[in-house]
Every structure is written in C-alpha cells, then in structure tokens.
Write a protein that binds this ligand. Structure first.
Ligand code: GUN
Length: 283
C-alpha cells in the first residue's frame, strides 16, 4: 500500500476529548448540553446507530435523552413531541432517526425541528445557510469529511474535487462545503456518463453512492486523496465501503478505511453540533 491512512477513530478520539473539555467548561457554568434522540419503529440498523450516538454522548459528558416509539406512532404524535422538545431548555439538539415508518412524512418532521436545534443539519433552513455561507448546522457526515481533510492540511483551493453521489445528506452538502473552500467541484451520480473520465481528472474523490467497492484503482489518478463514505455489506456479508480499498490504496496518496474512517466522524460531528448549540444558547 502506498497511500497514507486517514484514521477516523484516532481523529474522533482527539476531537471528542476536545468536546469533553468544552462540555466541562459549560457544566461549570451550570449548563449541560442535551441531545434528544427519537427512534420510531424497530429498524435494526437504526437501533445500532442510535445506541452508538447515545453512548458517544455519555462518554463526552453530554446528556442524551432517548425516546423510543412503536412503528404505529402517528405523524401528529411525532410532531407534538418535536414541538415540545423545541421548547425544552435542557435540550440543545433534536435528532429524529431516519428512516421513519411510511405513515410519517419525514420532511415534514424535519421542518418541525427548530433550526436552532437541528444538529443533523437536515432542515431546509440549515441547507439554505450552508448554501449561502451563513451560520447554521452542517450535516454531520460531510462535515466529518471536511475535518478529515483538515487533519492532513489538505489545501482545497483550486483543486478538482469529484463527489460521487447527490443525496441531500451527503453528496449535495459535501459539494457546497468543498466549493466554499475554493475547490472546483464536479458532482457525479447514477446517471453520469463515463464516470471514470471524471474521476481520472480528480485531485480529491468523495465516494458516497452506497455500492460496494465501485471505485476501482483504474478510475483514480496517482496521488489522489480518496474519502470513502460508503457503508455496505458485500456478497460475503462483510462491511465494506464504496472504494475498492485494496486496489485504490496502491494509487491514492491518502485514503480513509471502512470501518474506522468516516463512520466515527459522523457521530463526532453530531457531538460538536450539539455542544455548539448549547454554547450558542449560553451567550
Ligand atoms: N439515518 C442514517 N443516518 C442518519 C443520520 O445521520 N441522521 C438521522 N437522523 N438519521 C439517519
């Protein structure tokens, strides 16, 4: 392997200890940052994600409140809970775990969260703030990717960044963050013709498509920085990213592993957003 690893576990540890230190400072002023996590239904992956988020809060000294509801919860009931949490001074961040059962309109629920507590960064006000460069919460996964680039002192100005994936949660906000740092950004997606022609000219590739090992070494120029947002199971049931790690790590200059790359950074940025929400409420 020629590429250097960007270790999401190590970077998270460092950032979370900084969060813990700032939480202690707030606590000395009588304020404990609080995150409310709402889980509806029994989705297995969601249960794991939520458990990890609650555990990370506890470890960093934040207060987390987990609210679990059955899959038959109505949209009106969920909206009532969100509105109550908006008014709760002990709660600085509200996270409604997605996906929600089909009787509930997810976007409607997200828009009910106060933008001041939207630590997932999914509200249209948060998206608009990111787009226009105004203060607001950034979605945790692309924000975590930016922190990883920062950790290797990667200068984005003038670089060609190729984002593969156009989701509202990762691809689109990722492209805006890179643009804000003066990169030249190309967004590729499932309808892109000749993906390889784009990725071969990239200085930086962010793979966020959800297809096991789709980015192969022949698609990557030597020296490229590769960030793998994918979290897939391959045909053997093994966890893998969107990047063919074995091949791409032979040509890239830096690469993130799966697991232990972007995954822990997502939760870390959730802690950062919740802490910052509490800090804003204290001034
Ligand atoms: N489901 C999968 N990822 C996420 C996330 O980052 N936030 C929420 N709320 N739901 C998710």
């Amino acid at each position: 392997m020629t590429a250097q690893l960007i270790d999401g576990n190590a970077l998270s540890k460092q950032l979370r200890s900084e969060v813990a230190r700032r939480v202690q400072t707030l606590k000395q002023r009588g304020l404990t940052p609080g995150l409310a996590v709402i889980l509806v239904g029994e989705d297995a992956a969601s249960q794991v994600y939520v458990r990890n988020k609650v555990k990370a809060c506890e470890e960093a000294g934040l207060n987390s409140v987990l609210e679990r509801y059955g899959a038959d919860l109505t949209e009106a009931q969920l909206l009532d809970r969100v509105r109550a949490l908006n008014e709760d001074p002990g709660i600085h961040g509200i996270l409604v775990q997605l996906p929600l059962p089909s009787q509930i309109n997810s976007q409607k629920v997200i828009e009910a969260i106060s933008p001041a507590k939207d630590v997932d960064g999914f509200h249209i006000a948060s998206a608009g703030a990111l787009m226009t460069g105004m203060p607001g919460f950034w979605p945790c996964t692309p924000h975590g990717c930016m922190k990883m680039l920062e950790s290797i002192d990667y200068e984005l100005r003038g670089k060609h960044a190729v984002v593969i994936g156009r989701s509202n949660i990762v691809g689109k906000p990722m492209a805006l963050m890179l643009l804000q740092k003066d990169a030249t950004v190309t967004i590729c997606h499932s309808r892109t013709k000749d993906l390889k022609a784009h990725t071969r000219t990239a200085d930086l590739i962010i793979a966020a498509v959800g297809r096991p090992r789709m980015l192969t070494a022949d698609m990557v120029k030597p020296g490229t920085v590769v960030i793998d947002v994918g979290m897939n199971r391959d045909v053997d049931g093994r966890l893998c990213g969107d990047v063919d790690f074995a091949g791409v790590s032979q040509v890239a200059s830096y690469i993130t592993p799966v697991p232990g790359g972007v995954g822990p950074m997502t939760i870390t940025m959730l802690l950062v957003n919740t802490l910052e929400s509490a800090e804003r409420s204290a001034v």
